[in-house]
Ligand binder design. Structure first.
Ligand SMILES: [Cu+2]
Length: 170
């Protein structure tokens, strides 16, 4: 009996190893996300600025010494939240339609936006997370801000695999 068992294991062990290798080769591979180029346009928009004082009389008190907006003006990025996926390349068109200077600043990226200009810039979202976008002009902080939401590629893999990209169409 012992001899029979020993022979069984001697015969079975190489086969099990082969089975493990075969199973690994046949297992479905986890779908992977293919980074994309995302074209995004962001415009700087005045919300409560000095030029509007005749339109909004309350701004006179707000901008005055001791007022709630003393030394400040309220602008926004439109849209203020950008959502991409880890590894994506952002092709940004940044439009500043009025005469004040702005900037578009991420933790590792900064672009100056002179008045009445359209600026093109490219940014690669290398890691997942939620990152602040700000205009670095002190008079526009902290109001002129936004967020870059970079989703982890692993979270998008299955969603991406179900889509049909133009290049995959027959
Ligand atoms: Cu600004």
């Amino acid at each position: 009996m012992r001899i029979a068992n020993r022979h069984f294991f001697q015969l079975a062990a190489p086969c099990c190893g082969a089975l493990v290798v075969a199973a690994a080769a046949c297992a479905p591979r986890a779908p992977s996300y293919h980074p994309r180029v995302r074209t995004l346009t962001v415009t700087t928009v005045p919300l409560l600025v000095k030029e509007q004082q005749s339109l909004y009389p309350f701004l006179g008190a707000a901008f005055a010494k001791g007022g709630s907006l003393e030394g400040k003006e309220v602008y926004a990025f439109s849209p203020s939240t950008l959502t991409v996926v880890e590894g994506d390349t952002l092709q940004l068109t940044l439009i500043n339609p009025e005469d004040d200077v702005h900037s578009f600043v991420l933790p590792d990226f900064a672009v100056s936006l002179p008045g009445n200009t359209t600026t093109h810039a490219t940014y690669v979202a290398r890691r997942a997370g939620i990152f602040s976008i700000v205009c670095a002009v002190q008079a526009h902080l902290p109001m002129m801000s936004g967020q870059l939401v970079v989703l982890p590629a692993s979270a998008m893999a299955s969603a991406d695999s179900g889509g049909v990209s133009p290049s995959r169409r027959p």
